[in-house]
Write a protein that binds this ligand. Structure first.
Ligand code: GDP
Ligand code: GDP
Length: 454
């Protein structure tokens, strides 16, 4: 049984190359000074200092979070190549190639006032070979009179030019509409909205003390709430106020009525556990501190991790733990819980009430980690430093490069690394570990997937 989860883990590692619905990436490419940074500023809707006036400054692949009409995406400002590079056409081709590889949509910017140049035409040849959707932007169309200039860009063979003034905003709404239309199913922006009580699954094998704990917290806090304004609670759930906040313990009907687990086979008990975990945001996995950590305990932990729920491990029956047991328990924890060093642990006794008040803060911390969103800029600053300090090992004279990363989602945090090729499993784990070291995520699983450019 123990081997079973090891296998499961390896399996999920093999899957790790498949990202789960990453946020679409839009790359903005073009010659220097056509207004790419100004356009990116316009798209992300803030007038921050993306535009770098220092000539020759390389703003290579800087990603920003953006949204439009309720859709979110990442926009990558592919700043540039050295303006004085010997072979500019080759430089733009190389840059465009990287941008094309990582992007879902390419926005190709041309200065409509200058018109198309040799460099633009070189880039177009590259763009047309790719299967990626390309939107042609005729920038610096500051007024209607200049739209004529934009029309001449039809000659580039990229379809209809979108006349835009990145500087003044003219035409940028229409361009954003077109970008959204060209994107693969962009995930909707999650609305914060009104939220009911957080949903908790109280799980563990029979006799670890689940009903005792539920009774304890209900009694301790006295206020077993029947309803919270604006929410409906399933009758099989329990609404309990702990640590000054209501929590919805899902599928606890059986526990409350003290219907023994014996009423179902172990199979049904495990289905029920899986259902509760699925319905919850955070799981409290109860372990019996007086007993060795069992295979059944491991299976329940695996269910939580695989469901991507926040996790608090509560060692119950702590009143039975003496110095001797403590010694062995520490060893067991090192050995058996090695795969989840990030889980938050509390040592409690449902019987005496010991440390039960630690449960609510632990739940809150785990949920906070679970919903953490790392700003893209911060993420990539950290990643750049990491990759510089410890580059990917060279295999057969080649090493894949990580181009940039985005956070594709929360609950749990999901990250996508955009790379020039598949990463070594060991190196990917290294990045994951460092990601945790930097950003924490105590109490939450974290997913990292790799998207090699095509
Ligand atoms: P990049 O090198 O392609 O990123 O170009 P920048 O965004 O740095 O812009 C180059 C110059 O063009 C700057 O002086 C901008 O103010 C100017 N610029 C950008 N967009 C427009 C526009 O729509 N109209 C006008 N008139 N100038 C623009
Ligand atoms: P469940 O099957 O997980 O709901 O477990 P129960 O709450 O029914 O508890 C199983 C047994 O463990 C009962 O005899 C409880 O009295 C006992 N128990 C529960 N919590 C504790 C605890 O913290 N300390 C001790 N010593 N016994 C406990």
């Amino acid at each position: 049984e123990w081997d079973e989860w090891v296998e499961l883990e390896e399996e999920s590692e093999a899957d790790a190359g498949e990202p789960t619905g990453p946020v679409p990436v839009v790359a903005v490419v073009g010659r220097p000074n056509v207004g790419k940074s100004t356009l990116v500023n316009r798209i992300i809707g803030r007038r921050q200092a993306v535009v770098e006036d220092t000539p020759g400054v390389t703003r290579d692949r800087v990603p920003y979070d953006a949204q439009w009409i309720g859709r979110q995406f990442t926009v990558v400002d592919t700043g540039g190549w050295e303006p004085d590079a010997k072979d500019r056409a080759a430089a733009i081709a190389a840059q465009a190639e990287i941008a094309i590889g990582t992007a879902d949509v390419v926005v190709f910017v041309v200065d409509a006032v200058v018109g198309s140049t040799d460099v633009d035409e070189a880039a177009v040849r590259m763009l047309r070979r790719s299967a990626k959707p390309v939107l042609l932007v005729a920038n610096k169309v500051d007024n209607a009179a200049l739209e004529v200039e934009a029309t001449s860009l039809w000659s580039l063979g990229l379809g209809e030019p979108h006349p835009v003034s990145a500087l003044h905003g003219r035409g940028s709404g229409d361009l954003l509409d077109a970008i959204i239309k060209a994107m693969p199913e962009a995930p909707p922006v999650s609305e914060p909205g009104v939220r009911g009580p957080r949903r908790v699954a109280l799980v563990g094998r029979p006799n670890v003390g689940k009903s005792s704990l539920l009774n304890r917290v209900s009694r301790e806090e006295r206020a077993v709430v029947d309803s919270v304004a604006g929410t409906t609670v399933d009758p099989v759930d329990s609404l309990v106020e702990i640590g000054g906040q209501p929590w919805q313990f899902v599928d606890t009907a059986g526990l409350r009525k003290r219907v023994s687990q014996a009423s179902g086979t172990e199979y049904y008990a495990s289905l029920r556990t899986a259902g509760a975990i699925e319905a919850a945001e955070v799981a409290v996995v109860l372990l019996d501190a007086a007993e060795p950590i069992s295979e059944q305990d491991q299976r329940i932990l695996t269910m939580v991790i695989e469901a991507g729920r926040a996790l608090v491990i509560a060692f119950n029956k702590w009143d039975l733990v003496d110095a001797d047991r403590r010694y062995y328990l520490d060893k067991e924890i090192d050995r058996e819980l090695k795969r989840i060093p990030w889980a938050i642990r509390v040592n409690i006794s449902a019987k005496t009430g010991r440390a039960v008040e630690k449960l609510a803060p632990a739940l809150r911390t785990a949920l906070e980690s679970w919903e953490t969103r790392v700003p893209t800029g911060q993420l990539n600053q950290w990643l750049t430093a990491l990759v510089q300090a410890t580059p990917h090992p060279v295999r057969g004279g080649r090493a894949p490069r990580i181009l940039f990363a985005t956070q594709a989602g929360v609950a749990p945090p999901r990250f996508v690394l955009f790379t020039t090729g598949p990463l070594d499993a060991g190196y990917q784990r290294f990045v994951e570990r460092k990601l945790r070291e930097e950003f924490g995520f105590a109490g939450s699983p974290v997913e990292v997937s790799v998207r090699p450019r095509k």
